[in-house]
Design a binder for this molecule. Structure first.
Ligand code: BYC
Length: 479
Protein backbone atom coordinates (compact mmCIF):
# COMPACT_ATOMS: atom_id res chain seq x y z
CA UNK A 1 0.00 0.00 0.00
CA UNK A 2 1.27 3.46 -0.80
CA UNK A 3 -0.29 6.41 0.95
CA UNK A 4 -0.26 9.55 -1.09
CA UNK A 5 -0.70 13.09 0.14
CA UNK A 6 -0.44 16.58 -1.23
CA UNK A 7 2.68 15.86 -3.21
CA UNK A 8 2.18 12.16 -3.91
CA UNK A 9 5.03 11.55 -1.54
CA UNK A 10 3.57 8.88 0.72
CA UNK A 11 5.36 5.89 2.12
CA UNK A 12 5.11 2.34 0.90
CA UNK A 13 3.89 0.47 3.99
CA UNK A 14 3.67 -2.96 2.42
CA UNK A 15 7.45 -3.18 2.60
CA UNK A 16 9.42 -4.41 5.58
CA UNK A 17 10.97 -0.96 5.80
CA UNK A 18 8.41 1.77 5.04
CA UNK A 19 9.98 4.29 2.70
CA UNK A 20 9.39 6.90 0.06
CA UNK A 21 12.73 6.29 -1.67
CA UNK A 22 11.59 3.42 -3.94
CA UNK A 23 13.69 0.96 -1.99
CA UNK A 24 12.17 -1.97 -3.90
CA UNK A 25 13.94 -0.75 -7.05
CA UNK A 26 17.35 -1.37 -5.51
CA UNK A 27 17.35 -4.96 -4.22
CA UNK A 28 20.94 -4.84 -2.97
CA UNK A 29 20.34 -1.79 -0.86
CA UNK A 30 17.04 -3.17 0.34
CA UNK A 31 18.68 -6.42 1.42
CA UNK A 32 21.51 -4.58 3.17
CA UNK A 33 19.06 -2.45 5.14
CA UNK A 34 16.86 -5.47 5.89
CA UNK A 35 19.87 -7.21 7.36
CA UNK A 36 20.64 -4.16 9.54
CA UNK A 37 17.01 -4.06 10.73
CA UNK A 38 17.20 -7.00 13.23
CA UNK A 39 20.34 -5.45 14.72
CA UNK A 40 18.45 -2.21 15.18
CA UNK A 41 15.56 -4.07 16.84
CA UNK A 42 17.97 -5.90 19.16
CA UNK A 43 19.55 -2.59 20.07
CA UNK A 44 16.08 -1.10 20.72
CA UNK A 45 15.23 -4.05 22.96
CA UNK A 46 18.46 -3.78 24.94
CA UNK A 47 19.05 -0.04 25.01
CA UNK A 48 15.65 1.51 24.24
CA UNK A 49 12.82 2.27 26.72
CA UNK A 50 13.07 -0.12 29.67
CA UNK A 51 9.51 0.22 31.00
CA UNK A 52 7.32 -2.62 29.69
CA UNK A 53 4.28 -1.32 27.84
CA UNK A 54 1.47 -2.91 25.86
CA UNK A 55 1.00 0.02 23.52
CA UNK A 56 1.49 3.77 23.26
CA UNK A 57 -0.48 6.51 21.49
CA UNK A 58 2.14 7.43 18.91
CA UNK A 59 2.52 9.55 15.84
CA UNK A 60 3.91 7.67 12.86
CA UNK A 61 5.17 9.49 9.79
CA UNK A 62 3.32 8.37 6.66
CA UNK A 63 3.88 11.15 4.20
CA UNK A 64 6.23 14.04 3.67
CA UNK A 65 3.67 16.37 2.07
CA UNK A 66 2.52 19.51 3.81
CA UNK A 67 -0.83 18.13 4.91
CA UNK A 68 -1.50 15.00 6.93
CA UNK A 69 2.10 13.84 7.19
CA UNK A 70 1.53 11.66 10.23
CA UNK A 71 -1.10 9.42 11.76
CA UNK A 72 -1.83 8.77 15.43
CA UNK A 73 -2.82 5.52 17.08
CA UNK A 74 -2.01 3.05 19.86
CA UNK A 75 0.98 1.00 18.74
CA UNK A 76 3.11 -1.62 20.53
CA UNK A 77 6.46 0.17 20.48
CA UNK A 78 8.42 -2.75 19.09
CA UNK A 79 6.05 -2.78 16.13
CA UNK A 80 6.55 0.92 15.39
CA UNK A 81 7.11 1.38 11.64
CA UNK A 82 10.47 3.11 11.52
CA UNK A 83 10.68 4.36 7.97
CA UNK A 84 12.93 6.19 5.55
CA UNK A 85 11.62 9.53 4.33
CA UNK A 86 13.16 12.19 2.21
CA UNK A 87 11.35 15.52 1.79
CA UNK A 88 10.12 16.22 -1.71
CA UNK A 89 12.77 16.99 -4.28
CA UNK A 90 13.01 20.64 -5.29
CA UNK A 91 13.34 20.38 -9.07
CA UNK A 92 16.40 22.16 -10.44
CA UNK A 93 17.83 22.84 -6.97
CA UNK A 94 21.23 24.51 -7.11
CA UNK A 95 23.97 24.77 -4.49
CA UNK A 96 23.42 27.84 -2.34
CA UNK A 97 26.89 28.62 -0.98
CA UNK A 98 30.62 27.89 -1.11
CA UNK A 99 32.85 27.42 -4.10
CA UNK A 100 30.23 25.38 -6.01
CA UNK A 101 27.50 27.99 -5.53
CA UNK A 102 25.07 28.01 -8.46
CA UNK A 103 26.00 24.50 -9.69
CA UNK A 104 23.32 21.78 -9.62
CA UNK A 105 22.92 20.02 -6.25
CA UNK A 106 24.46 16.53 -6.10
CA UNK A 107 22.46 13.29 -6.07
CA UNK A 108 25.65 11.31 -5.47
CA UNK A 109 28.59 11.90 -3.17
CA UNK A 110 31.53 13.48 -5.01
CA UNK A 111 34.65 11.36 -4.40
CA UNK A 112 36.67 14.31 -3.13
CA UNK A 113 34.18 15.00 -0.29
CA UNK A 114 33.38 11.43 0.60
CA UNK A 115 35.16 11.26 3.93
CA UNK A 116 33.96 14.69 5.15
CA UNK A 117 30.35 13.89 4.27
CA UNK A 118 30.57 10.50 5.89
CA UNK A 119 31.95 12.10 9.04
CA UNK A 120 29.10 14.63 9.23
CA UNK A 121 26.48 11.91 8.69
CA UNK A 122 28.11 9.60 11.25
CA UNK A 123 28.27 12.36 13.89
CA UNK A 124 24.64 13.26 13.26
CA UNK A 125 23.64 9.57 13.29
CA UNK A 126 25.54 8.90 16.51
CA UNK A 127 23.53 11.44 18.52
CA UNK A 128 20.16 9.85 17.70
CA UNK A 129 20.51 6.44 19.38
CA UNK A 130 22.63 8.08 22.09
CA UNK A 131 19.67 10.12 23.31
CA UNK A 132 17.44 7.03 23.38
CA UNK A 133 20.06 5.30 25.53
CA UNK A 134 20.30 8.28 27.84
CA UNK A 135 16.52 8.27 28.34
CA UNK A 136 16.16 4.51 28.71
CA UNK A 137 15.09 4.46 32.38
CA UNK A 138 12.95 7.57 32.54
CA UNK A 139 9.72 5.62 32.00
CA UNK A 140 10.06 4.27 35.56
CA UNK A 141 9.47 7.75 37.01
CA UNK A 142 7.12 9.50 34.55
CA UNK A 143 5.03 12.27 36.15
CA UNK A 144 1.95 11.36 34.06
CA UNK A 145 0.81 9.12 31.20
CA UNK A 146 0.88 12.20 28.95
CA UNK A 147 4.57 12.77 29.73
CA UNK A 148 5.32 9.07 29.40
CA UNK A 149 3.80 9.10 25.93
CA UNK A 150 5.85 12.15 24.94
CA UNK A 151 9.04 10.47 26.12
CA UNK A 152 8.28 7.43 23.97
CA UNK A 153 7.36 9.62 21.00
CA UNK A 154 10.70 11.35 21.23
CA UNK A 155 12.42 7.96 21.55
CA UNK A 156 10.80 6.33 18.52
CA UNK A 157 11.48 9.40 16.39
CA UNK A 158 15.13 9.52 17.43
CA UNK A 159 15.17 5.87 16.35
CA UNK A 160 13.75 6.95 13.00
CA UNK A 161 16.40 9.64 12.70
CA UNK A 162 19.00 6.93 13.14
CA UNK A 163 17.33 5.10 10.24
CA UNK A 164 17.54 8.30 8.20
CA UNK A 165 21.32 8.48 8.61
CA UNK A 166 21.82 4.74 8.18
CA UNK A 167 19.95 4.91 4.89
CA UNK A 168 22.38 7.56 3.63
CA UNK A 169 25.37 5.50 4.80
CA UNK A 170 24.09 2.32 3.13
CA UNK A 171 22.91 3.99 -0.04
CA UNK A 172 25.91 6.23 -0.70
CA UNK A 173 29.01 4.99 1.12
CA UNK A 174 29.29 1.31 0.18
CA UNK A 175 31.17 -1.00 2.50
CA UNK A 176 32.47 1.86 4.71
CA UNK A 177 28.93 3.10 5.14
CA UNK A 178 27.67 -0.34 6.19
CA UNK A 179 30.51 -0.61 8.71
CA UNK A 180 29.70 2.82 10.11
CA UNK A 181 26.03 1.78 10.43
CA UNK A 182 27.11 -1.19 12.57
CA UNK A 183 29.30 1.09 14.69
CA UNK A 184 26.31 3.35 15.37
CA UNK A 185 24.73 0.44 17.23
CA UNK A 186 27.98 -0.63 18.91
CA UNK A 187 28.94 2.67 20.57
CA UNK A 188 26.89 3.42 23.68
CA UNK A 189 26.17 6.51 25.70
CA UNK A 190 28.48 6.70 28.71
CA UNK A 191 30.44 3.58 27.75
CA UNK A 192 34.10 3.69 28.79
CA UNK A 193 35.33 1.49 25.90
CA UNK A 194 33.18 2.89 23.10
CA UNK A 195 31.40 6.09 24.09
CA UNK A 196 29.20 8.21 21.85
CA UNK A 197 31.15 10.76 19.81
CA UNK A 198 30.00 14.08 21.27
CA UNK A 199 30.32 15.02 24.95
CA UNK A 200 26.70 15.85 25.82
CA UNK A 201 25.56 12.44 24.59
CA UNK A 202 27.60 10.63 27.21
CA UNK A 203 25.99 12.52 30.08
CA UNK A 204 23.24 10.92 32.13
CA UNK A 205 19.56 11.86 31.86
CA UNK A 206 18.54 10.38 35.20
CA UNK A 207 15.46 12.49 36.01
CA UNK A 208 12.71 14.42 34.24
CA UNK A 209 14.13 17.85 34.98
CA UNK A 210 17.22 16.72 33.05
CA UNK A 211 15.00 15.29 30.32
CA UNK A 212 13.13 18.56 29.81
CA UNK A 213 16.38 20.56 29.91
CA UNK A 214 17.89 18.11 27.42
CA UNK A 215 14.94 18.37 25.04
CA UNK A 216 15.02 22.15 25.37
CA UNK A 217 18.76 22.77 25.02
CA UNK A 218 20.30 19.70 23.39
CA UNK A 219 17.52 18.90 20.94
CA UNK A 220 17.74 22.56 19.97
CA UNK A 221 21.37 22.03 18.94
CA UNK A 222 19.88 19.28 16.76
CA UNK A 223 17.50 21.79 15.20
CA UNK A 224 20.36 24.15 14.31
CA UNK A 225 22.74 21.44 13.06
CA UNK A 226 19.99 19.88 10.95
CA UNK A 227 19.16 23.35 9.65
CA UNK A 228 22.73 23.74 8.35
CA UNK A 229 22.80 20.22 6.87
CA UNK A 230 19.48 20.95 5.16
CA UNK A 231 21.44 23.52 3.13
CA UNK A 232 23.89 20.84 1.96
CA UNK A 233 24.80 20.47 -1.70
CA UNK A 234 24.36 16.72 -1.21
CA UNK A 235 20.64 16.61 -1.97
CA UNK A 236 19.69 13.33 -0.20
CA UNK A 237 21.19 14.71 3.05
CA UNK A 238 19.39 18.00 2.57
CA UNK A 239 16.02 16.32 1.96
CA UNK A 240 16.47 13.92 4.88
CA UNK A 241 17.25 16.74 7.29
CA UNK A 242 14.34 18.79 6.07
CA UNK A 243 11.94 16.05 7.05
CA UNK A 244 13.69 15.35 10.37
CA UNK A 245 13.23 19.00 11.33
CA UNK A 246 9.49 18.52 11.07
CA UNK A 247 9.58 15.79 13.73
CA UNK A 248 12.11 17.70 15.82
CA UNK A 249 9.60 20.52 16.46
CA UNK A 250 7.60 18.23 18.77
CA UNK A 251 10.71 17.32 20.76
CA UNK A 252 11.38 20.96 21.45
CA UNK A 253 7.75 21.55 22.40
CA UNK A 254 8.20 18.79 24.99
CA UNK A 255 11.26 20.58 26.43
CA UNK A 256 9.83 24.10 26.36
CA UNK A 257 6.49 23.23 27.92
CA UNK A 258 8.11 20.74 30.31
CA UNK A 259 10.26 23.47 31.85
CA UNK A 260 7.26 25.87 31.70
CA UNK A 261 5.25 23.45 33.77
CA UNK A 262 7.99 22.90 36.35
CA UNK A 263 8.52 26.65 36.77
CA UNK A 264 4.76 27.16 36.97
CA UNK A 265 4.38 24.62 39.76
CA UNK A 266 7.35 25.99 41.70
CA UNK A 267 6.04 29.55 41.37
CA UNK A 268 2.59 28.44 42.49
CA UNK A 269 3.96 26.86 45.68
CA UNK A 270 6.26 29.83 46.36
CA UNK A 271 3.24 32.13 46.28
CA UNK A 272 0.86 29.81 48.14
CA UNK A 273 3.34 29.11 50.91
CA UNK A 274 4.94 32.54 50.85
CA UNK A 275 8.48 31.20 50.65
CA UNK A 276 11.52 31.45 48.36
CA UNK A 277 12.57 27.93 49.15
CA UNK A 278 10.24 25.11 48.21
CA UNK A 279 12.75 22.40 49.17
CA UNK A 280 10.94 19.67 51.02
CA UNK A 281 7.54 20.95 49.86
CA UNK A 282 7.19 18.71 46.85
CA UNK A 283 8.54 21.06 44.15
CA UNK A 284 11.90 21.91 42.61
CA UNK A 285 13.45 25.12 43.99
CA UNK A 286 14.31 27.83 41.45
CA UNK A 287 18.07 27.77 42.26
CA UNK A 288 18.12 24.04 41.42
CA UNK A 289 16.27 24.68 38.15
CA UNK A 290 18.89 27.36 37.38
CA UNK A 291 21.76 24.93 38.08
CA UNK A 292 20.28 22.30 35.75
CA UNK A 293 19.78 24.99 33.12
CA UNK A 294 23.43 26.08 33.53
CA UNK A 295 24.62 22.53 33.03
CA UNK A 296 22.51 21.61 30.01
CA UNK A 297 23.04 24.93 28.29
CA UNK A 298 26.83 24.86 28.68
CA UNK A 299 27.27 21.26 27.51
CA UNK A 300 25.01 22.06 24.56
CA UNK A 301 27.17 25.09 23.66
CA UNK A 302 30.06 22.63 23.42
CA UNK A 303 28.17 20.73 20.71
CA UNK A 304 28.87 23.52 18.24
CA UNK A 305 32.62 22.78 18.25
CA UNK A 306 35.39 25.37 18.56
CA UNK A 307 34.75 29.11 18.07
CA UNK A 308 37.12 28.87 15.12
CA UNK A 309 37.43 25.69 13.12
CA UNK A 310 39.07 24.70 9.88
CA UNK A 311 36.66 21.76 9.70
CA UNK A 312 33.68 24.07 9.46
CA UNK A 313 35.48 26.33 6.97
CA UNK A 314 36.15 23.33 4.73
CA UNK A 315 32.56 22.10 5.04
CA UNK A 316 31.23 25.50 4.02
CA UNK A 317 33.60 26.08 1.14
CA UNK A 318 32.89 22.59 -0.22
CA UNK A 319 29.13 23.12 0.04
CA UNK A 320 28.58 20.32 2.60
CA UNK A 321 27.22 22.34 5.53
CA UNK A 322 25.73 25.81 5.20
CA UNK A 323 24.60 28.48 7.63
CA UNK A 324 21.33 28.72 9.48
CA UNK A 325 18.84 30.26 7.01
CA UNK A 326 21.54 30.50 4.35
CA UNK A 327 19.21 31.95 1.73
CA UNK A 328 18.19 34.83 3.98
CA UNK A 329 21.78 36.02 4.42
CA UNK A 330 22.60 39.17 2.50
CA UNK A 331 26.14 38.46 1.39
CA UNK A 332 27.87 36.61 -1.43
CA UNK A 333 27.41 33.14 0.21
CA UNK A 334 31.08 32.42 -0.41
CA UNK A 335 32.59 34.49 2.42
CA UNK A 336 36.06 34.44 0.89
CA UNK A 337 36.94 37.94 2.11
CA UNK A 338 34.56 38.46 5.05
CA UNK A 339 35.43 38.60 8.74
CA UNK A 340 33.56 37.78 11.96
CA UNK A 341 34.21 38.60 15.61
CA UNK A 342 34.33 35.45 17.74
CA UNK A 343 34.63 34.79 21.46
CA UNK A 344 38.23 34.12 22.39
CA UNK A 345 40.84 34.37 25.09
CA UNK A 346 42.89 37.56 24.68
CA UNK A 347 46.69 37.45 24.51
CA UNK A 348 46.88 37.87 28.28
CA UNK A 349 44.43 35.03 28.79
CA UNK A 350 41.31 37.09 29.55
CA UNK A 351 37.80 36.43 28.23
CA UNK A 352 37.37 38.57 25.14
CA UNK A 353 36.84 38.53 21.41
CA UNK A 354 38.90 38.47 18.26
CA UNK A 355 38.31 38.92 14.54
CA UNK A 356 38.82 35.95 12.22
CA UNK A 357 37.99 34.98 8.64
CA UNK A 358 34.22 34.46 8.43
CA UNK A 359 34.45 30.88 7.19
CA UNK A 360 36.52 29.72 10.14
CA UNK A 361 34.08 31.42 12.54
CA UNK A 362 30.96 29.62 11.33
CA UNK A 363 30.58 27.51 14.47
CA UNK A 364 30.33 30.80 16.35
CA UNK A 365 27.81 32.13 13.85
CA UNK A 366 25.60 29.09 14.39
CA UNK A 367 26.08 29.11 18.16
CA UNK A 368 24.91 32.75 18.25
CA UNK A 369 21.72 31.89 16.38
CA UNK A 370 21.19 29.10 18.88
CA UNK A 371 21.83 31.33 21.91
CA UNK A 372 19.27 33.88 20.70
CA UNK A 373 16.73 31.07 20.36
CA UNK A 374 17.55 29.70 23.85
CA UNK A 375 16.90 33.16 25.26
CA UNK A 376 13.28 32.98 24.09
CA UNK A 377 12.69 30.02 26.41
CA UNK A 378 14.23 31.83 29.35
CA UNK A 379 12.05 34.88 28.67
CA UNK A 380 9.01 32.64 28.60
CA UNK A 381 9.90 31.04 31.94
CA UNK A 382 10.56 34.49 33.42
CA UNK A 383 7.14 35.62 32.27
CA UNK A 384 5.64 32.76 34.28
CA UNK A 385 7.54 34.02 37.33
CA UNK A 386 6.53 37.63 36.66
CA UNK A 387 2.88 36.67 36.17
CA UNK A 388 2.99 34.94 39.54
CA UNK A 389 4.20 38.23 41.03
CA UNK A 390 7.67 36.86 41.87
CA UNK A 391 10.85 38.95 41.54
CA UNK A 392 13.23 36.00 40.83
CA UNK A 393 14.46 35.44 37.27
CA UNK A 394 16.24 32.65 35.38
CA UNK A 395 19.09 33.49 33.02
CA UNK A 396 21.50 31.96 30.49
CA UNK A 397 25.04 31.78 31.87
CA UNK A 398 27.94 33.42 30.01
CA UNK A 399 29.33 31.63 26.94
CA UNK A 400 32.62 30.96 28.79
CA UNK A 401 30.94 29.21 31.72
CA UNK A 402 31.65 25.46 32.18
CA UNK A 403 33.00 24.93 28.66
CA UNK A 404 34.96 21.80 27.73
CA UNK A 405 35.31 22.51 24.01
CA UNK A 406 36.67 25.60 22.24
CA UNK A 407 38.35 28.83 23.34
CA UNK A 408 37.28 28.61 26.98
CA UNK A 409 37.95 24.93 27.58
CA UNK A 410 41.15 25.71 29.47
CA UNK A 411 39.74 28.27 31.91
CA UNK A 412 37.00 28.52 34.51
CA UNK A 413 34.44 31.30 34.44
CA UNK A 414 31.50 32.35 36.57
CA UNK A 415 27.98 32.45 35.07
CA UNK A 416 28.35 36.23 34.73
CA UNK A 417 31.52 35.84 32.68
CA UNK A 418 34.34 36.54 35.15
CA UNK A 419 37.47 34.46 34.73
CA UNK A 420 38.17 32.52 37.92
CA UNK A 421 41.15 30.80 39.45
CA UNK A 422 40.77 27.10 40.19
CA UNK A 423 40.32 27.73 43.93
CA UNK A 424 37.56 30.23 43.43
CA UNK A 425 35.83 27.93 40.93
CA UNK A 426 36.04 25.01 43.35
CA UNK A 427 34.61 27.14 46.15
CA UNK A 428 31.64 28.33 44.11
CA UNK A 429 30.76 25.63 41.60
CA UNK A 430 28.22 24.02 43.95
CA UNK A 431 26.22 27.25 43.61
CA UNK A 432 26.21 27.00 39.84
CA UNK A 433 26.08 23.34 38.84
CA UNK A 434 23.87 20.57 40.26
CA UNK A 435 25.45 18.95 43.32
CA UNK A 436 24.89 15.38 44.49
CA UNK A 437 22.48 16.78 47.07
CA UNK A 438 20.48 18.57 44.36
CA UNK A 439 20.42 15.47 42.17
CA UNK A 440 19.34 13.26 45.05
CA UNK A 441 16.59 15.71 45.95
CA UNK A 442 15.30 15.86 42.38
CA UNK A 443 15.46 12.10 41.99
CA UNK A 444 13.53 11.59 45.23
CA UNK A 445 10.67 13.66 43.79
CA UNK A 446 10.49 11.41 40.75
CA UNK A 447 7.80 8.94 41.75
CA UNK A 448 5.82 7.53 38.84
CA UNK A 449 2.20 8.55 38.29
CA UNK A 450 0.55 6.14 35.88
CA UNK A 451 -3.10 6.85 36.71
CA UNK A 452 -5.13 8.46 33.93
CA UNK A 453 -5.61 12.20 34.47
CA UNK A 454 -3.25 12.34 37.48
CA UNK A 455 0.05 14.20 37.69
CA UNK A 456 3.05 14.36 40.04
CA UNK A 457 3.14 17.23 42.53
CA UNK A 458 6.36 18.85 41.22
CA UNK A 459 4.98 19.75 37.79
CA UNK A 460 1.84 21.49 36.53
CA UNK A 461 -0.42 19.68 34.02
CA UNK A 462 -0.09 20.60 30.33
CA UNK A 463 -2.49 23.11 28.77
CA UNK A 464 -3.27 20.78 25.86
CA UNK A 465 -3.22 17.06 25.25
CA UNK A 466 -1.79 15.36 22.16
CA UNK A 467 -3.58 15.49 18.82
CA UNK A 468 -6.69 17.05 20.35
CA UNK A 469 -7.00 14.36 23.04
CA UNK A 470 -7.64 15.42 26.64
CA UNK A 471 -4.95 15.25 29.34
CA UNK A 472 -6.72 12.28 30.95
CA UNK A 473 -6.64 10.21 27.75
CA UNK A 474 -5.19 6.68 27.99
CA UNK A 475 -1.96 7.63 26.24
CA UNK A 476 -0.08 4.53 27.40
CA UNK A 477 -1.20 1.04 28.35
CA UNK A 478 1.37 -0.53 30.63
CA UNK A 479 1.84 -4.26 30.41
N1 BYC B 1 32.40 16.58 21.96
O1 BYC B 1 36.92 21.71 14.50
P1 BYC B 1 36.10 21.61 15.74
C1 BYC B 1 21.09 16.19 17.51
C2 BYC B 1 35.75 17.45 18.14
S1 BYC B 1 22.42 17.15 17.99
C3 BYC B 1 33.44 15.82 21.53
O2 BYC B 1 36.01 22.79 16.59
P2 BYC B 1 33.87 21.04 14.11
C4 BYC B 1 20.27 15.58 18.58
C5 BYC B 1 35.52 17.52 16.66
O3 BYC B 1 34.78 16.38 16.21
C6 BYC B 1 23.24 17.60 16.47
N2 BYC B 1 34.23 16.17 20.50
O4 BYC B 1 34.68 21.06 15.44
C7 BYC B 1 20.00 16.27 19.74
C8 BYC B 1 36.91 17.57 16.11
O5 BYC B 1 37.45 16.28 16.09
P3 BYC B 1 38.59 15.86 15.03
C9 BYC B 1 24.29 16.59 16.00
C10 BYC B 1 33.99 17.35 19.88
O6 BYC B 1 34.17 19.80 13.37
C11 BYC B 1 19.26 15.66 20.75
C12 BYC B 1 37.66 18.38 17.18
O7 BYC B 1 36.87 18.27 18.37
N3 BYC B 1 24.76 16.90 14.67
O8 BYC B 1 20.83 16.04 16.37
O9 BYC B 1 33.95 22.34 13.41
C13 BYC B 1 18.76 14.39 20.57
C14 BYC B 1 37.84 19.82 16.76
O10 BYC B 1 36.57 20.42 16.66
C15 BYC B 1 32.92 18.18 20.28
C16 BYC B 1 25.92 17.54 14.39
O11 BYC B 1 26.67 17.90 15.27
C17 BYC B 1 32.13 17.76 21.38
N4 BYC B 1 31.10 18.50 21.83
O12 BYC B 1 32.40 21.00 14.74
C18 BYC B 1 19.03 13.69 19.40
C19 BYC B 1 26.19 17.83 12.95
N5 BYC B 1 32.95 19.27 19.48
O13 BYC B 1 38.05 16.21 13.66
C20 BYC B 1 19.76 14.29 18.39
C21 BYC B 1 27.43 17.18 12.44
C22 BYC B 1 33.96 19.12 18.63
O14 BYC B 1 39.78 16.67 15.39
N6 BYC B 1 28.65 17.60 13.13
N7 BYC B 1 34.58 17.96 18.87
O15 BYC B 1 38.72 14.37 15.27
C23 BYC B 1 29.31 18.74 12.90
O16 BYC B 1 28.87 19.56 12.15
C24 BYC B 1 30.63 19.01 13.57
O17 BYC B 1 31.38 17.86 13.54
C25 BYC B 1 30.55 19.52 15.02
C26 BYC B 1 31.97 19.94 15.48
C27 BYC B 1 29.60 20.71 15.08
C28 BYC B 1 30.07 18.45 15.96
Amino acid sequence: MTTTGAGGTGADYSEKIPNNVSLHEDRRLQRALESWQPNFLNWWQEMGPALPTRDVYLRTAINVGREGWAQFGHVPMREYRWGIFLAERAPGRTIGFGEHKGEPAWDQVPGEYRSELRRLIVIQGDTEPASVEQQRNLGATAPSLYDLRNLFQVNVEEGRHLWAMVYLLHAHFGRDGRDEAEELLRRNSGSIESPRILGAFNEETPDWLSFFMFTYFTDRDGKYQLGTLKESAFDPLSRTCEFMLKEEAHHMMVGTTGVDRIVERTAQLMVEQDTDDVTGRGAIPLPVIQKYLNFHYSVSLDLFGGETSTNVANYYTAGLKGRWMEDRRRDDHRLTSDAITVDALTEDGEIGQTEVAAVTGLNTDLRREYIADCQTGVSRWNKILADAGLPQRLYLPHVAFNRKVGAFAGIEASPDGRKLGTDEWDRHKANWLPTDVDKTYVRALMQPVYERGKIAAWIAPPRHGINGQPFDYDYVHLS
